[in-house]
Design a protein around this ligand. Structure first.
Ligand code: ADP
Length: 456
């Protein structure tokens, strides 16, 4: 494992070195190509000047005497070229020698002739060719000391740029990595704080990097979620104790009153005890259902069944209850909607929803139940014109033991587990459930199953 800062530094230096090397190569090649083209051209012009000089000197005396040859020699030296004069038979009759040396004056061999490139020009006098002139220059295009110096200076500049860029790369890599790493370290620290359960102590991560901002936001949301789950878990024990205490206290006080002969065991009193025991049994069943759902043990006994009939039966079983509260029930159940699922569990879902609609709808209220299939979607809704759910509670109502204060105040005997189980069953069928509600107006629960491969 290598640290990001180290890796960034490596990449920065590598890219910088590569770019400078690339620029150096490109510059050298282009200097050789373009600059040498330019030099060739300008040397051609200079050569002509040499030829014209020789012709002029010849023209002065109408011959090449030692005086004129000396002038040509000086001129050749000053121009850093070698001049060879040939007669009309193309024999070399005179040479200025190696450029910059005096050998030619002595008529000695040009030791450095191999390094020279000669260009031949015709030697004319009064329009007639009387011989030819070779103008020799060093073969290397970048030949003069100035030229070489120029190339050296350019490459020295590149070398300085190279060192400077590497320094800049090192400094900027450490600055950039600090800019990215600081928030990452803070996010890592936050993750460790979450691990220790210190949700409230998370660091504020300031960054204008989109991805890091999102990462930090997700970690924060995760912390909030975990904190909430934590409080929920802690609350669960006290909630269970609370839920058990009330019915047990009622049962206990009634039985003690019977035993002390304070009360007669009348059918009404017995029915109160019976109701409380029924509530306890329901609570224990809900808890056991919930633990199955939450421990991923949920085993669905799936079959193809008629959901329309199932829902109609549930509505039927609630008719008496609804009529006792004079609640008007209206249903629109599309017939023969088949579903691939666990009929008992889904029955339980609609029992929960109708029981909520019943509990949270006032006398003389209304409840609507519908089931329809549109394209591949089977949609069931249970709507009531009941007390509704406060806006801030809606997002919590699927959590275990969650009951809005309004419903608690009504003494409905709810446990706050029904919707948790309902949601788990729907999701185990790859369905979706959502609640729309307005306080004082009513609640609508929508369930949707998407038909997958013809079998829902
Ligand atoms: P409970 O046994 O308390 O009804 P649920 O899990 O079924 O538990 O519901 C959780 C909470 O959601 C209820 O306590 C109630 O506050 C709210 N709720 C559910 N359904 C309705 C509804 N139809 N109208 C108003 N509030 C509802």
């Amino acid at each position: 494992m290598t640290r990001i800062s180290k890796q960034l530094r490596k990449y920065f230096i590598f890219v910088t070195m590569l770019s400078i090397a690339f620029i150096t190569i490109i510059s050298n090649v282009s200097i050789n190509l373009f600059f040498s083209g330019y030099i060739k051209e300008s040397r051609g012009r200079d050569d002509l000047k040499v030829v014209q000089y020789v012709e002029r000197v010849y023209g002065d005396d109408n011959e090449l005497n030692s005086q004129s040859l000396m002038s040509i020699m000086h001129y050749a030296l000053s121009e850093a070229v070698t001049v060879r004069i040939r007669d009309i038979q193309n024999n070399i009759i005179w040479s200025s020698g190696v450029s910059g040396s005096v050998q030619g004056m002595m008529g000695g061999n040009d030791r450095a002739d191999n390094n020279l490139a000669y260009r031949n020009y015709s030697f004319k006098y009064k329009g007639n060719q009387i011989g030819s002139i070779d103008v020799g220059r060093p073969k290397s295009i970048i030949s003069s000391i100035e030229d070489k110096q120029f190339l050296l200076s350019i490459n020295a500049v590149f070398a300085v740029a190279f060192i400077f860029s590497i320094l800049v790369a090192m400094i900027s890599s450490s600055r950039i990595s600090r800019r990215f790493l600081e928030p990452i370290y803070l996010i890592k620290e936050n993750a460790m704080l979450i691990q220790d359960g210190k949700y409230k102590k998370l660091n504020e991560v300031r960054t204008n990097t989109f991805e890091l901002y999102n990462l930090s936001k997700s970690v924060k949301e995760l912390a909030e979620r975990l904190e909430y789950q934590d409080t929920l878990r802690k609350r669960m024990t006290s909630d269970i104790a609370h839920e058990l205490r009330t019915p047990l206290a009622t049962v206990q006080s009634h039985i003690e009153a019977f035993m002390d002969g304070v009360w007669e065991a009348s059918p009404e009193k017995l029915s109160i005890i019976h109701n409380e025991i029924f509530r306890l049994t329901k609570l224990i069943k809900d808890l056991s259902d919930l633990s199955i759902m939450e421990s991923d043990e949920i085993k669905l006994n799936k079959s193809q069944f008629n959901l329309s009939i199932s829902i109609n039966n549930v509505i039927e079983s609630f008719q008496l209850l609804f009529s006792e509260k004079n609640i008007h029930v209206q249903s629109g159940i599309q017939s023969d909607i088949e579903l691939w699922g666990d009929a008992d569990r889904l029955n339980q879902v609609f029992i929960n929803l109708l029981s909520n609609a019943f509990k949270y709808t006032n006398r003389d209220g209304s409840v609507w139940i519908s089931l329809e299939k549109q394209a591949d979607v089977i949609r069931a809704t249970v709507e009531d014109a009941g007390i509704g759910i406060p806006k801030e509670d809606i997002k919590h109502i699927f959590e275990r033991f969650y009951r809005s204060d309004m419903s608690r105040n009504r003494g409905t005997g709810g446990t706050g587990i029904g919707l948790t189980i309902t949601k788990a069953i729907i999701e185990a069928h790859d369905g979706r459930i959502r609640v729309e509600s307005e306080e004082g107006k009513g609640t609508k629960v929508v369930i949707e199953f998407i038909n997958i491969q013809g079998r829902v």
